[in-house]
Write a protein that binds this ligand. Structure first.
Ligand SMILES: [Zn+2]
Length: 421
């Protein structure tokens, strides 16, 4: 693994912009994008009109909140009502070059621009360099993931072998025959390929991987990096939006690309929430062919604006935190079962738990009921866990130790027992 793979920036000027300048850059493209969509995408124009807005009303990032969230779950209906794209394509039919078909179905049009999904920025940050020879193992048909990464790699000056998924033995053979040193695809398939090569008595010369579409446990990343010498970083994107965020060398969340604006919003009202709170990812991308403006992904995340030691100045998205339809609101804050898992994971003594939300004197109360293993110190655990709850969920929570066997097998992780009379 070459450490110099993680130095430098793809677009030096852009990734290190001081925040006020990043905002000016984004506001300039946002105004252009909204004007373009108003003229060319009747579906967007209708949404603006319904909100009583004209392009001149969207001057800055703060004005975005005046627009309702375009929910991903509503896309199939929108497209059926106004086929084929729901009026959301930003180019006339004859200028579209590809149309992807995502589950729904949702049709995603794209124009002739060479890398409209901007994956090169994230690939570079994750260690890909000109001259790398890369197998792209995402599916090349219907959905756009393979093409997004393919276009970014070409932009970087890499050589792409469009192997697609499956055919493990052929992947190993191709990797050997063509001197492949880069991989893109899911982490689980990377592991499959590395293990198959071992079984075949060979070792691949893979040096760098960009993985997405599945969680990457740190233990698996360590195995890729330490056992196999494959520098592994993650990207986050969707079929509708392209690449939105990526990891740098620090592996502390994912930097947002400068051509996307991510708001973490209240899943019910669409109101942007302050950094540190969990909410739905609502994204606007600088993509005139398919101008997604305030697109609600249905995924939850948390944003931080703390500086990153790598020198990039963009906010970072702190991982995927579940689906918006699984959240519960407690004292005005959204909580998700994954946050509860994150708290409990810090306490190996806890063998089973359940979070119970109740209401007393018109106030929500959150209680972690925990069953402990042999030899645990309940008083100490209660105090430490209460601190962890505050840290992870930004909420006060009580911890109650209950006798083993109290929490039924298969109980829901968050039990909402509030009554509202
Ligand atoms: Zn960084």
């Amino acid at each position: 693994m070459r450490p110099d793979r993680l130095s430098g920036y793809y677009e030096a000027g852009k990734e290190t912009l001081p925040p006020p300048e990043r905002q000016r850059y984004q506001e300039a493209w946002l105004r252009r994008l909204v004007r373009h969509a108003w003229r060319h995408a009747p579906g967007i124009r209708r949404r603006l009109e319904a909100a009583g807005l004209r392009p001149r009303d969207i001057r800055g990032l703060a004005d975005l909140a005046r627009l309702p969230v375009l929910k991903k779950s509503a896309m199939p209906d929108l497209q059926r009502a106004d086929p084929p794209f729901g009026g959301l394509a930003g180019l006339p039919r004859e200028e579209l070059r590809r149309v992807f078909v995502s589950p729904g179905p949702i049709y995603e049009p794209i124009g002739a621009a060479p890398s409209p999904w901007r994956a090169e920025v994230g690939l570079y940050a994750g260690g890909f360099r000109p001259g790398d020879v890369v197998i792209d193992t995402y599916a090349y048909h219907l959905t756009p993931a393979a093409h997004m990464i393919d276009a970014g790699l070409l932009r970087l000056g890499c050589t792409v072998i469009p192997t697609g998924p499956g055919n493990t033995d052929l992947q190993v053979r191709v990797a050997q025959d063509l001197g492949v040193n880069g991989y893109v695809g899911t982490p689980s398939f990377l592991l499959t390929i590395l293990k198959r090569a071992e079984e075949l008595g060979t070792r691949l010369a893979l040096e760098v991987a960009n993985v997405a579409a599945e969680p990457l446990p740190e233990s698996l990343r360590r195995s890729f990096e330490e056992t196999y010498g494959v520098l592994t970083r993650q990207g986050f994107g969707t079929a509708d939006l392209g690449m939105v965020a990526y990891e740098c060398r620090e592996k502390v969340g994912m930097h947002l690309v400068e051509d996307a604006v991510l708001q973490i919003a209240d899943p019910e009202t669409g109101e942007p929430l302050p950094p540190g709170q969990i909410g739905e990812m609502v994204v606007t991308v600088n993509q005139p062919a398919y101008p997604m403006i305030r697109f609600g992904t249905g995924d939850l995340s948390v944003l931080t604006e703390e500086p990153c030691p790598c020198g990039r100045t963009s906010p970072r998205m702190l991982g995927w935190r579940g689906r918006a339809d699984e959240v519960t609101k407690v004292r005005g804050m959204f909580i998700h079962p994954r946050q509860a898992d994150e708290v409990v994971a810090r306490f190996p003594a806890v063998i089973r738990y359940q979070v119970v939300i109740t209401r007393r004197d018109h106030q929500d109360e959150m209680t972690f009921r925990v069953e402990l293993g042999e030899g645990a110190d309940p008083a100490r655990l209660q105090a430490e866990m209460a601190r962890a709850i505050q840290e992870v969920m930004h909420l006060r929570g009580e911890v109650r130790v209950v006798p083993p066997g109290t929490i039924p097998e298969g109980a829901t992780k968050i039990a909402d027992e509030r009554t509202w009379e």
